[in-house]
Write a protein of this length. Structure first.
Ligand SMILES: *Cc1c(COP(=O)(O)O)cnc(C)c1O
Length: 505
């Protein structure tokens, strides 16, 4: 069966039906050879089994050839076939926490350092020739253009600014407008703690009691939250609810919520709908504009690979970004525009009048009008480099590969379970939804006990596997499609099998 046939089956919600030789290295390598995105792995610097144990800098960049003068050649390209180089790399299945470094990032940051050193303040308005960067004042907009396919929105609906939690606050400042009757915020029972704190403190900031205004949806015994339960909660609290704020993909279970259905349902009850896309942006195909989402926020260091703590993104639907003038004269007239109230700063101001310094705020139409400060260009250079890799493919193609990679990982884990003695407790179980439409590239695995979890964690580390371990007993495995191979999935499973000692059981 060709790889595209697996994708087609998965896209139509069917099991992929892997053949009987699926659990072999040669099968994994066959899928890799059919993978039209396999060259993208060469765009990344993936830690090696030696480099990831480094305790001090030594001037080397993993996976690159040192130049005679002792510096590393960050643009070195291998030809994409399995090389000696490749076998030295760790299995990097932790891109859901911090994406691997795109080689472009160094190039883009170098360009910025040269620009700044060479022309100083003029960098704000100068488009340097032979630079991958645009003038500093256009950098955020440029990154918004490059993010459009990732979130399914027009560039005008995207703003690159701040960090994720800061943006959640900024968005709630504009979109959470509690009244005596409608004051509740619907969230899930255990969101990422930062989201919980942001919501809790916004409620308290309005002088309300979080205990009365937070509505937390609990999962069923499988750690998942059925869509129907969310819709029922909306029914139950609809009249009193001002805002629903859920993650597109739940960070712990990996559950991908039915965003269009939940959005439409909540909006029909007059509820404002926001999404935290930390684990969804760059991972699944999103259509924020068409789904009529009010606002969304995401970070760029997980699936987008822009580096730790890098600048974040936000979506504001175009209807909330309008700037309207009562008279015909518009921005050149004397009137004041009307626009959605928000927290304001000079950089949200329309470029045509931003530098008038006259204290008459005129927002930039669209999401860009929600900016506060001039953004960090080092940050934007890094993000721009990371997004340039996405520019070589599409979310559609990435998702097509991710569906098969994830299903293959699931299949091999299931097979491992099936070969364990039937009278003993299974060593682990997958809590991420079985339905490919309800998950991204992450599989969350719960071990039978914390001793086993610790033993497996240690063994993975020893064997050059990086993945996310959550105490007491969960690991999250994310074979992200930009730089992971089917061979990596297969090799990972050999290490896991050995670690849970099924072979010896
Ligand atoms: C990663 C993550 C965060 C982190 O927030 P920062 O403000 O970027 O530190 C917040 N919320 C969710 C759901 C996350 O997955």
């Amino acid at each position: 069966m060709e790889m595209s046939a697996f994708t087609d089956r998965l896209r139509s919600g069917k099991a992929p039906e892997f053949p009987s030789d699926a659990n072999t290295l040669s099968f994994a390598q066959k899928l890799d050879s059919q993978d039209s995105l396999r060259h993208l792995r060469d765009e990344f610097l993936i830690p090696t089994k030696t480099s990831f144990k480094k305790k001090a800098l030594d001037g080397t960049i993993p996976g690159t050839v040192p130049l005679p003068n002792g510096t590393a050649n960050g643009t070195h390209q291998s030809n994409g076939s399995p090389t000696a180089d490749d076998s030295e790399k760790v299995i990097y299945f932790v891109g859901n926490s911090l994406g691997a470094q795109p080689k472009a990032v160094r190039r883009y940051i170098d360009a910025q350092l040269e620009t700044w050193a060479s022309i100083g303040v003029n960098g704000h308005f100068t488009d340097m020739g032979d630079s991958p960067l645009v003038a500093w004042q256009d950098m955020a907009e440029d990154c918004a253009v490059k993010s459009a396919d990732l979130v399914g929105a027009s560039p005008h609906e995207i703003v690159i600014m701040n960090t994720l939690t800061a943006n959640l606050h900024m968005m709630m400042a504009s979109f959470y407008k509690p009244t005596e009757k409608r004051h509740k915020v619907i969230l899930e029972w255990k969101p990422f703690p930062s989201d919980h704190y942001a919501i809790e403190s916004q409620i308290a900031w309005h002088g309300l009691d979080p205990a009365k205004s937070m509505v937390k949806i609990e999962p069923d015994e499988n750690c998942l939250i059925p869509t129907q339960k969310i819709l029922d909660t909306i029914d139950e609290h609809g009249d009193e609810t001002a805002l629903i704020l859920l993650p597109g993909i739940q960070y712990y279970s990996g559950q991908y919520f039915d965003m269009p259905r939940i959005t439409a349902y909540a909006k029909a009850k007059g509820i404002v709908v926001g999404w935290d896309l930390a684990h969804a942006a760059g991972n699944v195909e999103l259509r924020l504009h068409d789904w009529d989402v009010d606002f969304a926020c995401w970070c760029t260091y997980k699936y987008i690979n822009a580096g730790p703590g890098s600048i974040a993104g936000a979506f504001v639907h175009e209807r909330h970004g309008r700037v309207e003038w009562a008279d015909d004269a518009g921005i050149d007239g004397t009137g004041r525009p009307s626009y959605r109230p928000r927290l304001m700063g000079w950089y949200g101001g329309d470029k045509r009048v931003r530098f008038n310094m006259d204290n008459k705020f005129v927002p930039t139409p669209g999401a860009a009008g929600y900016q506060l400060s001039n953004p960090s260009i080092i940050d934007l250079a890094s993000l721009s480099g990371a997004l340039s890799v996405f520019g070589k493919t599409s979310m559609h193609d990435l998702r097509s590969k991710a569906l098969v990679l994830t299903a293959y990982a699931e299949y091999l884990m299931d097979e491992m379970q099936a070969s364990s003695p039937s009278d003993s407790e299974p060593p682990f179980r997958i809590i991420t939804p079985r339905d490919p439409a309800q998950r991204g590239t992450q599989l969350s695995v719960v071990f039978a006990n914390s001793e086993l979890h610790d033993a497996v964690s240690a063994s993975l580390e020893e064997n050059g596997v990086m993945c996310d371990k959550r105490k007491p007993n969960v690991i999250r495995v994310a074979p992200v499609p930009l730089y992971s191979r089917f061979e990596d999935v297969w090799r990972f499973m050999q290490i896991l099998r050995e670690a849970v000692r099924l072979d010896k059981a």
